[in-house]
Design a protein. Structure first.
Ligand code: CAA
Ligand code: NAP
Length: 240
């Protein structure tokens, strides 16, 4: 029987590429999304992957969404916490709402989703959780105290949960992408983006499938001894 994977924010950008890579790897994939029904419908038509709308910042919605996926696909073997947003502004201009929305959507979601699937993984003595962090959670970024804090939090969350999962054969890892050519990066002002690209040693933005290949490895049986790690995929922009 095919293993089951949930990918949050799976209908666009990096999440979409992850869904396709996991489907190609033999998973039965469920893609979650937040509100863009048109993109989700297009995604499902083009990929044949079912899409489920719920807000990952909402604890109850995550419990219900995961239960529905389990009913339709079977018990969840792999969770990819990918959904995320930016609300960039310097701290002088950033509102409390900008802060909270980014913390809840990017970091709170990891707790909400892991709470829903971890008990089943523990029972099955198998699980794979991959959390999508960011180079900006590792290095910080001007205009992103909310996002950098949330992504940095994801890296700590990953290491703590990896310790809890290890004895049950549940691995928990993070990927820290650099700048990838999705809608999220397209929203960065051109003059700022030019400077960012100039600082990437390989001289270009990354592609979503370059992140998806990392996820496919981490959820595979080739990665049985990899847990609590952060895989940086950033074109050499941040090395440490
Ligand atoms: N370091 C130091 N100074 C900086 C700076 C930086 N990285 N970026 C801008 N500044 C300076 C500017 O040079 C400018 O200085 P002067 O006033 O002396 O000219 C000053 O700060 C104000 O800059 P802006 O005009 O850009 O200010 P703003 O208020 O209009 O915009 C901002 C601020 C919204 C943060 C804007 O700079 C911005 O959008 N930056 C991009 C932030 C970014 O990288 N976001 C990533 C989004 S994608 C993502 O997050 C995915 C991922 O994980 C990688
Ligand atoms: P994107 O193109 O903006 O796509 C975001 C996806 O997340 C969409 O499917 C969106 O659904 C979904 N989403 C947003 N808020 C949601 C919510 N509250 N509930 C459920 N789903 C929600 O973003 P991306 O660039 O692919 O980024 C994906 C992840 O990688 C994010 O966590 C991001 O922080 C991280 N990342 C991106 C980059 C980069 O350079 N692009 C770099 C490092 C890390 P809708 O379509 O319904 O809005």
């Amino acid at each position: 029987m095919a293993r089951v994977a949930i990918v949050t924010g799976g209908t666009r950008g990096i999440g979409r590429a992850i869904c396709v890579a996991l489907k190609d790897a033999g998973f039965s994939v469920a893609a979650n999304y937040g509100g863009n029904d048109e993109a989700a419908q297009r995604f499902s038509e083009e990929t044949g992957i079912a899409a489920y709308r719920w807000n990952v910042a909402d604890y109850e919605a995550c419990q219900q969404g995961c239960a529905r996926v389990a009913e339709e696909h079977g018990s969840v073997d792999a969770l990819v916490n990918n959904a995320g947003i930016t609300r960039d502004a310097t701290i002088i201009r950033m509102t409390h709402e900008d802060w909270q929305a980014v913390i809840d959507t990017n970091l709170g979601s990891c707790f909400n989703m892991a709470k829903a699937v971890f008990p089943g993984m523990r029972e099955n003595r198998f699980g794979r959780i991959v959390n999508i962090g960011s180079i900006n959670g590792q290095a910080g970024q001007y205009g992103q105290v909310n996002y950098a804090a949330a992504k940095s939090g994801i890296h700590g969350f990953t290491k703590a949960l990896a310790q809890e999962g290890a004895r049950y054969n549940i691995t928990v890892n993070a990927i820290a992408p650099g700048y990838i050519d999705t809608d999220m990066v397209a929203a960065v002002p051109d003059n700022v983006l030019e400077k960012i690209i100039a600082g990437i040693p390989v001289g270009r933005l990354g592609h979503a499938d370059e992140i998806a290949r990392g996820v496919a490895f981490l959820v595979s049986d080739d990665a049985t001894f990899v847990t609590g790690s952060t895989m940086s995929i950033n074109g050499g922009q941040h090395m440490y």
